[in-house]
Design a protein around this ligand. Sequence first.
Ligand SMILES: Nc1ncnc2c1ncn2[C@@H]1O[C@H](COP(=O)(O)OP(=O)(O)OP(=O)(O)O)[C@@H](O)[C@H]1O
Ligand SMILES: [Mg+2]
Length: 512
Amino acid sequence: MSEEIGTVISGQESPSPSKLEFVVNKGLVHRGQFVEMDSSDGTLVALVVDVYKTNRYFERAESVKEFEASGRKMFEQFPTSEWEYLVAQSRLLGVYTNEGLIKRLTFPPSPGTRVRPAVALTMEKFLGFEKDGLQLGRVEHPEMPVELNMTRLLKKHLAILAMSGAGKSVASKVILEELLDRGKEKGRIAIVVMDPHGEYTSFAEPAAGKKSFKDYSSKTMVVKARDIRIGVPKISVAMIASIIPGLSATQRRELERILSRLKNEMRQGLGPFDLATLRNSISQDEEIKDATKGVLVSWIYSLEDLRLFSKTDSPSINDVVKQGKLTVVDLSEIVDMRKKQIIVSYFSSKLFNERRQARIPPFLLVIEEAHQFCPERTREEAAISKKIIETIAREGRKFGASLCLISQRPINLSTTALSQCNTHLILRVTNPYDLKHIGESSEGIDYKSQEMITSLKVGEALIVGEAVNQPVFFKVRKNKSAESKHEISLEEAALKFEEGKEKELKETEEFL
Ligand SMILES: Nc1ncnc2c1ncn2[C@@H]1O[C@H](COP(=O)(O)OP(=O)(O)OP(=O)(O)O)[C@@H](O)[C@H]1O
Ligand SMILES: [Mg+2]
Protein backbone atom coordinates (compact mmCIF):
# COMPACT_ATOMS: atom_id res chain seq x y z
CA MET A 1 0.00 0.00 0.00
CA SER A 2 1.35 3.45 -0.83
CA GLU A 3 2.07 6.16 1.70
CA GLU A 4 -0.65 8.51 2.89
CA ILE A 5 -0.48 11.97 1.42
CA GLY A 6 -3.53 13.75 2.78
CA THR A 7 -6.70 13.85 4.84
CA VAL A 8 -10.25 14.54 3.69
CA ILE A 9 -11.48 17.87 5.08
CA SER A 10 -14.92 19.21 5.67
CA GLY A 11 -15.61 21.81 3.01
CA GLN A 12 -18.62 23.58 1.58
CA GLU A 13 -21.03 20.80 0.62
CA SER A 14 -18.22 18.28 0.58
CA PRO A 15 -17.41 15.48 0.95
CA SER A 16 -20.38 14.32 -1.09
CA PRO A 17 -20.74 11.15 -3.19
CA SER A 18 -19.32 13.10 -6.15
CA LYS A 19 -16.64 15.40 -4.74
CA LEU A 20 -14.30 15.95 -1.84
CA GLU A 21 -11.39 18.10 -0.75
CA PHE A 22 -8.33 16.90 1.07
CA VAL A 23 -5.49 18.75 2.67
CA VAL A 24 -2.07 17.57 1.57
CA ASN A 25 0.05 16.43 4.50
CA LYS A 26 3.03 15.20 2.61
CA GLY A 27 4.73 15.87 -0.70
CA LEU A 28 2.98 17.31 -3.71
CA VAL A 29 -0.29 16.57 -5.39
CA HIS A 30 -0.91 17.30 -9.06
CA ARG A 31 -3.96 18.22 -11.03
CA GLY A 32 -5.00 15.13 -13.00
CA GLN A 33 -3.60 12.75 -10.39
CA PHE A 34 -5.59 9.71 -9.25
CA VAL A 35 -5.85 9.08 -5.51
CA GLU A 36 -7.49 6.37 -3.45
CA MET A 37 -8.80 5.83 0.07
CA ASP A 38 -10.33 3.02 2.07
CA SER A 39 -14.01 2.62 2.74
CA SER A 40 -16.23 -0.15 3.99
CA ASP A 41 -17.19 -0.98 0.40
CA GLY A 42 -13.64 -1.23 -0.94
CA THR A 43 -11.18 1.25 -2.42
CA LEU A 44 -12.59 4.67 -3.30
CA VAL A 45 -10.97 6.27 -6.31
CA ALA A 46 -10.86 10.03 -6.95
CA LEU A 47 -9.33 12.35 -9.51
CA VAL A 48 -7.67 15.58 -8.41
CA VAL A 49 -9.26 18.28 -10.57
CA ASP A 50 -7.65 21.30 -8.93
CA VAL A 51 -5.17 22.21 -6.22
CA TYR A 52 -5.06 25.45 -4.32
CA LYS A 53 -3.18 26.96 -1.39
CA THR A 54 -4.77 28.65 1.60
CA ASN A 55 -3.38 30.62 4.51
CA ARG A 56 -5.48 32.00 7.35
CA TYR A 57 -3.05 34.91 7.86
CA PHE A 58 -3.76 36.25 4.40
CA GLU A 59 -7.48 35.73 4.25
CA ARG A 60 -8.61 39.24 5.14
CA ALA A 61 -7.56 41.85 2.61
CA GLU A 62 -7.96 44.83 5.01
CA SER A 63 -5.80 43.33 7.78
CA VAL A 64 -3.04 42.30 5.37
CA LYS A 65 -2.99 45.75 3.75
CA GLU A 66 -3.03 47.65 7.05
CA PHE A 67 -0.29 45.54 8.55
CA GLU A 68 2.03 45.67 5.57
CA ALA A 69 1.37 49.38 4.85
CA SER A 70 3.15 50.21 8.07
CA GLY A 71 6.35 48.78 6.59
CA ARG A 72 6.21 45.56 8.53
CA LYS A 73 6.07 42.22 6.85
CA MET A 74 3.57 39.56 7.84
CA PHE A 75 6.02 36.71 7.43
CA GLU A 76 8.58 38.37 9.74
CA GLN A 77 6.08 38.90 12.55
CA PHE A 78 4.01 35.74 12.34
CA PRO A 79 4.64 32.07 11.63
CA THR A 80 2.78 32.45 8.33
CA SER A 81 4.56 29.65 6.50
CA GLU A 82 3.35 27.17 9.09
CA TRP A 83 -0.22 28.07 8.21
CA GLU A 84 0.00 27.50 4.51
CA TYR A 85 -1.96 24.51 3.26
CA LEU A 86 -2.26 22.78 -0.02
CA VAL A 87 -5.82 21.63 -0.69
CA ALA A 88 -6.77 19.25 -3.49
CA GLN A 89 -10.27 19.40 -4.95
CA SER A 90 -11.18 15.96 -6.20
CA ARG A 91 -13.95 14.26 -8.08
CA LEU A 92 -14.98 10.90 -6.69
CA LEU A 93 -15.06 8.41 -9.52
CA GLY A 94 -16.32 5.30 -7.81
CA VAL A 95 -15.39 2.41 -5.66
CA TYR A 96 -13.34 -0.62 -6.58
CA THR A 97 -14.86 -3.33 -4.42
CA ASN A 98 -12.99 -6.16 -2.77
CA GLU A 99 -14.72 -8.49 -5.23
CA GLY A 100 -13.20 -6.57 -8.15
CA LEU A 101 -16.36 -4.69 -9.17
CA ILE A 102 -16.60 -1.03 -10.01
CA LYS A 103 -19.51 0.75 -8.41
CA ARG A 104 -20.83 4.27 -8.32
CA LEU A 105 -20.79 6.01 -4.99
CA THR A 106 -24.06 6.78 -3.30
CA PHE A 107 -22.64 7.73 0.08
CA PRO A 108 -19.73 10.09 0.84
CA PRO A 109 -16.50 9.18 2.65
CA SER A 110 -16.08 10.83 6.06
CA PRO A 111 -13.96 13.89 6.73
CA GLY A 112 -10.74 12.65 8.26
CA THR A 113 -10.41 9.75 5.79
CA ARG A 114 -6.77 9.21 4.82
CA VAL A 115 -5.85 9.68 1.16
CA ARG A 116 -3.14 7.78 -0.71
CA PRO A 117 -1.80 8.08 -4.26
CA ALA A 118 -3.64 5.50 -6.36
CA VAL A 119 -1.61 2.43 -7.27
CA ALA A 120 -1.25 1.47 -10.92
CA LEU A 121 -2.66 -2.02 -10.41
CA THR A 122 -5.98 -0.76 -9.06
CA MET A 123 -6.17 2.03 -11.62
CA GLU A 124 -5.63 -0.25 -14.61
CA LYS A 125 -8.65 -2.29 -13.60
CA PHE A 126 -10.64 0.71 -12.52
CA LEU A 127 -10.10 2.55 -15.82
CA GLY A 128 -10.62 -0.56 -17.92
CA PHE A 129 -7.13 -0.83 -19.39
CA GLU A 130 -6.21 -4.16 -20.92
CA LYS A 131 -2.87 -5.91 -20.73
CA ASP A 132 -1.64 -6.44 -24.30
CA GLY A 133 -4.06 -3.84 -25.64
CA LEU A 134 -3.22 -0.91 -27.91
CA GLN A 135 -0.56 1.17 -26.13
CA LEU A 136 -1.33 4.80 -26.78
CA GLY A 137 0.82 6.48 -24.16
CA ARG A 138 1.21 6.92 -20.42
CA VAL A 139 -0.74 8.25 -17.48
CA GLU A 140 1.51 10.36 -15.25
CA HIS A 141 0.12 9.85 -11.71
CA PRO A 142 0.27 6.95 -11.08
CA GLU A 143 2.82 6.27 -13.79
CA MET A 144 1.31 3.53 -16.01
CA PRO A 145 0.79 2.67 -19.66
CA VAL A 146 -2.53 3.41 -21.37
CA GLU A 147 -3.49 0.08 -22.92
CA LEU A 148 -6.85 -0.14 -24.59
CA ASN A 149 -8.94 -2.96 -25.91
CA MET A 150 -9.17 -2.73 -29.71
CA THR A 151 -12.89 -3.48 -29.88
CA ARG A 152 -13.77 -0.96 -27.21
CA LEU A 153 -11.67 1.73 -28.87
CA LEU A 154 -12.72 1.26 -32.47
CA LYS A 155 -15.86 -0.79 -32.93
CA LYS A 156 -18.24 2.04 -32.20
CA HIS A 157 -15.99 4.56 -33.92
CA LEU A 158 -13.43 7.05 -32.66
CA ALA A 159 -13.19 10.82 -33.03
CA ILE A 160 -9.88 12.64 -32.56
CA LEU A 161 -10.55 16.31 -31.90
CA ALA A 162 -8.24 19.21 -31.16
CA MET A 163 -6.97 22.51 -32.45
CA SER A 164 -4.36 22.64 -35.16
CA GLY A 165 -0.92 21.39 -34.13
CA ALA A 166 -2.12 19.79 -30.89
CA GLY A 167 -1.07 16.28 -31.93
CA LYS A 168 -4.09 14.70 -33.66
CA SER A 169 -2.14 13.13 -36.51
CA VAL A 170 0.58 11.90 -34.15
CA ALA A 171 -2.10 10.25 -32.00
CA SER A 172 -3.81 8.62 -34.96
CA LYS A 173 -0.45 7.33 -36.24
CA VAL A 174 0.18 5.83 -32.80
CA ILE A 175 -3.08 3.89 -33.16
CA LEU A 176 -2.13 2.73 -36.66
CA GLU A 177 1.31 1.58 -35.46
CA GLU A 178 -0.30 -0.39 -32.66
CA LEU A 179 -2.72 -2.02 -35.12
CA LEU A 180 0.09 -2.88 -37.55
CA ASP A 181 2.19 -4.31 -34.71
CA ARG A 182 -0.54 -6.73 -33.67
CA GLY A 183 0.15 -10.41 -34.01
CA LYS A 184 -2.08 -12.52 -36.22
CA GLU A 185 -3.35 -14.48 -33.21
CA LYS A 186 -4.87 -11.32 -31.69
CA GLY A 187 -7.01 -10.55 -34.72
CA ARG A 188 -5.88 -7.96 -37.25
CA ILE A 189 -8.01 -5.51 -39.13
CA ALA A 190 -7.31 -3.69 -42.39
CA ILE A 191 -6.66 0.06 -42.28
CA VAL A 192 -7.41 2.69 -44.93
CA VAL A 193 -6.46 6.33 -44.41
CA MET A 194 -7.88 9.27 -46.35
CA ASP A 195 -4.90 11.59 -46.20
CA PRO A 196 -5.47 15.12 -47.58
CA HIS A 197 -1.95 16.33 -46.66
CA GLY A 198 0.14 13.27 -47.52
CA GLU A 199 1.19 13.01 -43.86
CA TYR A 200 0.86 9.23 -43.64
CA THR A 201 3.02 8.33 -46.61
CA SER A 202 6.00 8.10 -44.22
CA PHE A 203 4.65 4.68 -43.23
CA ALA A 204 5.74 3.44 -46.64
CA GLU A 205 9.31 4.74 -46.33
CA PRO A 206 11.83 2.00 -45.61
CA ALA A 207 13.83 2.72 -42.44
CA ALA A 208 17.00 1.87 -44.44
CA GLY A 209 19.13 0.90 -41.49
CA LYS A 210 18.08 3.82 -39.33
CA LYS A 211 17.47 2.46 -35.87
CA SER A 212 15.53 5.51 -34.76
CA PHE A 213 12.34 4.52 -36.48
CA LYS A 214 10.45 1.38 -37.23
CA ASP A 215 10.00 0.03 -40.72
CA TYR A 216 6.37 -0.41 -41.73
CA SER A 217 7.06 -0.20 -45.46
CA SER A 218 6.25 -3.86 -46.09
CA LYS A 219 2.85 -3.40 -44.49
CA THR A 220 1.96 -0.14 -46.21
CA MET A 221 0.63 0.70 -49.63
CA VAL A 222 0.28 4.28 -50.85
CA VAL A 223 -2.35 5.02 -53.47
CA LYS A 224 -1.65 8.32 -55.21
CA ALA A 225 -4.76 10.23 -56.12
CA ARG A 226 -3.57 10.66 -59.71
CA ASP A 227 -3.49 6.87 -60.15
CA ILE A 228 -7.05 6.32 -58.96
CA ARG A 229 -9.66 5.43 -61.57
CA ILE A 230 -13.28 4.73 -60.84
CA GLY A 231 -14.91 2.17 -63.10
CA VAL A 232 -18.04 3.74 -64.59
CA PRO A 233 -19.96 0.43 -64.83
CA LYS A 234 -19.51 0.00 -61.07
CA ILE A 235 -20.92 3.31 -59.96
CA SER A 236 -24.52 3.51 -58.94
CA VAL A 237 -26.98 6.16 -60.04
CA ALA A 238 -27.17 7.21 -56.39
CA MET A 239 -23.48 7.95 -56.45
CA ILE A 240 -23.74 9.87 -59.72
CA ALA A 241 -26.66 11.77 -58.27
CA SER A 242 -24.57 12.72 -55.26
CA ILE A 243 -21.80 14.00 -57.53
CA ILE A 244 -24.19 15.96 -59.75
CA PRO A 245 -26.06 18.36 -57.51
CA GLY A 246 -29.64 19.17 -58.32
CA LEU A 247 -30.31 16.25 -60.67
CA SER A 248 -34.05 16.36 -61.35
CA ALA A 249 -36.27 13.28 -61.18
CA THR A 250 -36.58 13.13 -64.99
CA GLN A 251 -32.86 13.55 -65.52
CA ARG A 252 -32.19 10.85 -62.97
CA ARG A 253 -34.69 8.45 -64.55
CA GLU A 254 -33.22 8.87 -68.01
CA LEU A 255 -29.69 8.45 -66.71
CA GLU A 256 -30.72 5.31 -64.88
CA ARG A 257 -32.33 3.88 -68.01
CA ILE A 258 -29.29 4.45 -70.18
CA LEU A 259 -26.86 3.21 -67.54
CA SER A 260 -28.79 -0.01 -67.09
CA ARG A 261 -28.93 -0.50 -70.88
CA LEU A 262 -25.15 -0.09 -71.09
CA LYS A 263 -24.66 -2.47 -68.18
CA ASN A 264 -26.83 -5.05 -69.96
CA GLU A 265 -24.87 -4.68 -73.16
CA MET A 266 -21.69 -5.08 -71.16
CA ARG A 267 -22.89 -8.39 -69.74
CA GLN A 268 -23.81 -9.54 -73.22
CA GLY A 269 -20.21 -9.16 -74.28
CA LEU A 270 -19.68 -5.56 -75.30
CA GLY A 271 -17.27 -5.08 -72.35
CA PRO A 272 -16.96 -2.27 -69.83
CA PHE A 273 -17.77 1.30 -70.82
CA ASP A 274 -16.47 4.69 -69.80
CA LEU A 275 -17.93 8.19 -69.52
CA ALA A 276 -17.41 8.96 -73.21
CA THR A 277 -19.54 5.93 -74.14
CA LEU A 278 -22.17 6.98 -71.63
CA ARG A 279 -22.17 10.50 -73.08
CA ASN A 280 -22.46 9.22 -76.63
CA SER A 281 -25.32 6.94 -75.68
CA ILE A 282 -27.15 9.87 -74.14
CA SER A 283 -26.54 12.03 -77.20
CA GLN A 284 -27.77 9.33 -79.55
CA ASP A 285 -30.77 8.33 -77.49
CA GLU A 286 -34.02 9.19 -79.21
CA GLU A 287 -36.37 9.08 -76.24
CA ILE A 288 -34.75 11.82 -74.13
CA LYS A 289 -36.01 15.37 -74.52
CA ASP A 290 -33.42 17.75 -75.91
CA ALA A 291 -33.32 19.91 -72.80
CA THR A 292 -32.64 16.93 -70.52
CA LYS A 293 -30.11 15.60 -72.98
CA GLY A 294 -28.22 18.91 -72.99
CA VAL A 295 -28.00 19.07 -69.20
CA LEU A 296 -26.89 15.46 -68.83
CA VAL A 297 -24.27 15.71 -71.56
CA SER A 298 -22.77 18.85 -70.09
CA TRP A 299 -22.62 17.21 -66.67
CA ILE A 300 -20.88 14.16 -68.07
CA TYR A 301 -18.37 16.47 -69.78
CA SER A 302 -17.62 18.11 -66.45
CA LEU A 303 -17.09 14.68 -64.85
CA GLU A 304 -14.75 13.70 -67.69
CA ASP A 305 -12.70 16.81 -66.92
CA LEU A 306 -11.93 15.39 -63.48
CA ARG A 307 -9.92 12.58 -65.16
CA LEU A 308 -11.09 10.21 -62.48
CA PHE A 309 -13.34 7.81 -64.33
CA SER A 310 -12.50 4.95 -66.61
CA LYS A 311 -13.78 1.55 -67.74
CA THR A 312 -12.53 -0.36 -64.71
CA ASP A 313 -11.58 0.30 -61.09
CA SER A 314 -7.96 0.94 -60.34
CA PRO A 315 -6.79 -0.04 -57.86
CA SER A 316 -9.45 -2.55 -57.00
CA ILE A 317 -10.66 -2.46 -53.40
CA ASN A 318 -9.86 -6.10 -52.80
CA ASP A 319 -6.24 -5.43 -53.72
CA VAL A 320 -5.85 -2.57 -51.30
CA VAL A 321 -7.68 -3.88 -48.24
CA LYS A 322 -5.67 -6.55 -46.49
CA GLN A 323 -5.65 -7.77 -42.91
CA GLY A 324 -2.87 -6.22 -40.82
CA LYS A 325 -1.98 -3.85 -43.66
CA LEU A 326 -2.31 -0.11 -44.14
CA THR A 327 -3.45 1.67 -47.29
CA VAL A 328 -2.84 5.40 -47.49
CA VAL A 329 -4.92 7.26 -50.06
CA ASP A 330 -2.73 10.30 -50.67
CA LEU A 331 -4.98 13.17 -51.73
CA SER A 332 -2.34 15.87 -51.29
CA GLU A 333 -1.89 16.56 -54.99
CA ILE A 334 -5.55 17.36 -55.58
CA VAL A 335 -6.73 20.93 -55.22
CA ASP A 336 -10.32 20.43 -56.36
CA MET A 337 -12.43 19.75 -53.27
CA ARG A 338 -15.10 18.00 -55.32
CA LYS A 339 -12.60 15.52 -56.69
CA LYS A 340 -11.29 14.78 -53.20
CA GLN A 341 -14.84 14.23 -51.99
CA ILE A 342 -15.66 11.90 -54.88
CA ILE A 343 -12.61 9.76 -54.07
CA VAL A 344 -13.46 9.62 -50.36
CA SER A 345 -17.09 8.87 -51.16
CA TYR A 346 -16.16 6.16 -53.63
CA PHE A 347 -13.69 4.39 -51.31
CA SER A 348 -16.05 4.66 -48.33
CA SER A 349 -19.02 3.21 -50.23
CA LYS A 350 -16.93 0.42 -51.70
CA LEU A 351 -15.44 -0.48 -48.34
CA PHE A 352 -18.79 -0.45 -46.62
CA ASN A 353 -20.62 -2.47 -49.28
CA GLU A 354 -17.87 -5.05 -49.67
CA ARG A 355 -17.62 -5.44 -45.91
CA ARG A 356 -21.36 -5.84 -45.60
CA GLN A 357 -21.12 -8.83 -47.87
CA ALA A 358 -18.06 -10.11 -45.96
CA ARG A 359 -15.88 -9.90 -49.08
CA ILE A 360 -13.18 -7.90 -47.30
CA PRO A 361 -11.86 -8.13 -43.71
CA PRO A 362 -13.11 -5.86 -40.91
CA PHE A 363 -11.50 -2.47 -41.37
CA LEU A 364 -10.77 0.90 -39.85
CA LEU A 365 -11.32 3.88 -42.13
CA VAL A 366 -9.40 6.95 -40.93
CA ILE A 367 -10.57 10.27 -42.31
CA GLU A 368 -8.28 13.23 -41.69
CA GLU A 369 -9.85 16.69 -41.88
CA ALA A 370 -13.20 14.95 -41.48
CA HIS A 371 -15.08 18.28 -41.38
CA GLN A 372 -14.18 18.70 -45.06
CA PHE A 373 -15.72 15.37 -46.01
CA CYS A 374 -18.60 15.21 -43.60
CA PRO A 375 -19.57 18.81 -42.83
CA GLU A 376 -22.46 19.79 -40.60
CA ARG A 377 -23.99 22.60 -42.62
CA THR A 378 -23.30 22.82 -46.29
CA ARG A 379 -24.59 23.15 -49.79
CA GLU A 380 -25.52 19.89 -51.45
CA GLU A 381 -22.65 19.90 -53.93
CA ALA A 382 -20.11 20.30 -51.12
CA ALA A 383 -21.27 17.18 -49.34
CA ILE A 384 -20.71 14.34 -51.81
CA SER A 385 -19.09 12.11 -49.19
CA LYS A 386 -21.26 13.13 -46.26
CA LYS A 387 -24.05 10.61 -46.66
CA ILE A 388 -21.89 7.51 -46.87
CA ILE A 389 -19.74 8.59 -43.90
CA GLU A 390 -22.89 9.12 -41.86
CA THR A 391 -24.17 5.70 -42.94
CA ILE A 392 -20.96 3.99 -41.83
CA ALA A 393 -21.14 5.94 -38.56
CA ARG A 394 -24.69 4.69 -37.98
CA GLU A 395 -24.48 1.13 -39.22
CA GLY A 396 -20.80 0.22 -39.48
CA ARG A 397 -20.42 -1.34 -36.06
CA LYS A 398 -22.76 -4.19 -37.01
CA PHE A 399 -20.42 -5.17 -39.83
CA GLY A 400 -16.96 -4.48 -38.45
CA ALA A 401 -16.66 -1.24 -40.40
CA SER A 402 -15.07 1.28 -38.04
CA LEU A 403 -14.42 4.96 -38.50
CA CYS A 404 -11.82 7.26 -37.04
CA LEU A 405 -12.79 10.87 -37.73
CA ILE A 406 -10.11 13.49 -37.16
CA SER A 407 -10.96 17.16 -37.05
CA GLN A 408 -9.69 20.51 -35.91
CA ARG A 409 -13.14 22.04 -36.37
CA PRO A 410 -15.50 19.73 -34.50
CA ILE A 411 -18.15 22.43 -34.67
CA ASN A 412 -18.22 22.03 -38.48
CA LEU A 413 -18.30 18.25 -38.34
CA SER A 414 -21.63 16.49 -38.91
CA THR A 415 -23.41 16.04 -35.58
CA THR A 416 -24.87 12.76 -36.84
CA ALA A 417 -21.42 11.33 -37.50
CA LEU A 418 -19.83 12.79 -34.37
CA SER A 419 -22.56 11.54 -32.07
CA GLN A 420 -22.03 8.00 -33.38
CA CYS A 421 -18.37 8.13 -32.38
CA ASN A 422 -18.55 6.49 -28.97
CA THR A 423 -14.98 7.29 -28.02
CA HIS A 424 -13.49 10.77 -28.17
CA LEU A 425 -9.78 11.46 -27.95
CA ILE A 426 -9.43 15.15 -27.24
CA LEU A 427 -6.18 17.06 -27.29
CA ARG A 428 -5.62 20.76 -26.66
CA VAL A 429 -8.57 23.00 -27.56
CA THR A 430 -8.77 26.67 -26.65
CA ASN A 431 -11.49 28.04 -28.91
CA PRO A 432 -14.50 28.48 -26.61
CA TYR A 433 -17.04 27.52 -29.31
CA ASP A 434 -15.23 24.29 -30.14
CA LEU A 435 -14.81 23.57 -26.44
CA LYS A 436 -18.50 24.05 -25.77
CA HIS A 437 -19.37 21.82 -28.72
CA ILE A 438 -17.02 19.09 -27.47
CA GLY A 439 -18.46 19.41 -23.97
CA GLU A 440 -21.94 18.91 -25.39
CA SER A 441 -21.09 16.03 -27.70
CA SER A 442 -18.81 14.03 -25.39
CA GLU A 443 -20.26 12.30 -22.40
CA GLY A 444 -18.44 12.69 -19.11
CA ILE A 445 -16.81 16.04 -19.78
CA ASP A 446 -17.72 18.45 -17.02
CA TYR A 447 -16.76 22.07 -16.55
CA LYS A 448 -13.51 21.20 -14.75
CA SER A 449 -12.43 18.80 -17.51
CA GLN A 450 -13.14 21.49 -20.11
CA GLU A 451 -10.91 23.83 -18.17
CA MET A 452 -8.19 21.16 -18.14
CA ILE A 453 -8.51 20.65 -21.92
CA THR A 454 -7.55 24.30 -22.50
CA SER A 455 -4.38 23.86 -20.48
CA LEU A 456 -3.21 20.63 -22.12
CA LYS A 457 0.21 20.73 -23.78
CA VAL A 458 0.91 19.40 -27.28
CA GLY A 459 0.59 15.60 -27.22
CA GLU A 460 -1.45 15.51 -24.02
CA ALA A 461 -4.93 14.07 -24.38
CA LEU A 462 -8.17 13.24 -22.67
CA ILE A 463 -9.93 10.05 -23.69
CA VAL A 464 -13.62 9.59 -22.89
CA GLY A 465 -16.34 7.15 -23.84
CA GLU A 466 -16.62 3.50 -24.75
CA ALA A 467 -12.88 2.73 -24.66
CA VAL A 468 -12.41 3.58 -20.98
CA ASN A 469 -14.45 3.27 -17.80
CA GLN A 470 -13.61 6.83 -16.80
CA PRO A 471 -12.28 9.87 -18.64
CA VAL A 472 -8.47 9.69 -18.50
CA PHE A 473 -5.87 12.38 -19.14
CA PHE A 474 -2.64 10.99 -20.53
CA LYS A 475 0.42 11.73 -22.63
CA VAL A 476 0.30 10.27 -26.12
CA ARG A 477 3.51 8.45 -26.97
CA LYS A 478 5.82 9.47 -29.81
CA ASN A 479 5.52 7.88 -33.24
CA LYS A 480 7.67 4.91 -34.12
CA SER A 481 6.97 5.14 -37.83
CA ALA A 482 9.15 8.12 -38.71
CA GLU A 483 11.83 10.28 -37.22
CA SER A 484 10.17 13.11 -35.41
CA LYS A 485 10.70 16.18 -37.52
CA HIS A 486 10.22 19.45 -35.77
CA GLU A 487 7.87 21.82 -37.47
CA ILE A 488 9.72 24.31 -39.65
CA SER A 489 9.67 27.86 -38.26
CA LEU A 490 8.69 30.88 -40.29
CA GLU A 491 12.28 32.15 -40.11
CA GLU A 492 13.60 28.84 -41.48
CA ALA A 493 11.05 28.81 -44.29
CA ALA A 494 11.96 32.41 -45.23
CA LEU A 495 15.70 31.68 -45.16
CA LYS A 496 15.26 28.54 -47.23
CA PHE A 497 13.28 30.43 -49.85
CA GLU A 498 15.84 33.24 -49.99
CA GLU A 499 18.73 30.77 -50.37
CA GLY A 500 16.90 29.17 -53.26
CA LYS A 501 16.35 32.55 -54.91
CA GLU A 502 20.02 33.53 -54.51
CA LYS A 503 21.17 30.24 -55.97
CA GLU A 504 18.83 30.67 -58.90
CA LEU A 505 20.14 34.22 -59.51
CA LYS A 506 23.76 33.03 -59.38
CA GLU A 507 23.09 30.21 -61.81
CA THR A 508 21.37 32.60 -64.24
CA GLU A 509 24.32 35.01 -64.05
CA GLU A 510 26.80 32.19 -64.66
CA PHE A 511 24.76 31.01 -67.59
CA LEU A 512 24.72 34.47 -69.14
N1 LIG B 1 2.56 12.86 -28.55
C1 LIG B 1 3.49 13.69 -28.99
N2 LIG B 1 4.74 13.60 -28.55
C2 LIG B 1 5.70 14.44 -29.00
N3 LIG B 1 5.48 15.43 -29.90
C3 LIG B 1 4.26 15.58 -30.37
C4 LIG B 1 3.19 14.72 -29.95
N4 LIG B 1 2.07 15.10 -30.59
C5 LIG B 1 2.42 16.13 -31.37
N5 LIG B 1 3.72 16.44 -31.26
C6 LIG B 1 4.44 17.51 -31.95
O1 LIG B 1 3.50 18.45 -32.45
C7 LIG B 1 3.57 18.54 -33.87
C8 LIG B 1 2.17 18.67 -34.46
O2 LIG B 1 1.43 17.49 -34.25
P1 LIG B 1 0.35 16.97 -35.30
O3 LIG B 1 0.84 17.10 -36.68
O4 LIG B 1 -0.08 15.63 -34.84
O5 LIG B 1 -0.80 18.04 -35.04
P2 LIG B 1 -2.28 18.05 -35.63
O6 LIG B 1 -3.17 18.21 -34.47
O7 LIG B 1 -2.47 16.88 -36.49
O8 LIG B 1 -2.28 19.40 -36.46
P3 LIG B 1 -3.13 19.79 -37.79
O9 LIG B 1 -4.49 20.17 -37.30
O10 LIG B 1 -2.39 20.95 -38.31
O11 LIG B 1 -3.15 18.61 -38.68
C9 LIG B 1 4.28 17.28 -34.31
O12 LIG B 1 5.01 17.48 -35.48
C10 LIG B 1 5.20 16.97 -33.14
O13 LIG B 1 6.41 17.68 -33.26
MG1 LIG C 1 -2.86 16.66 -38.54
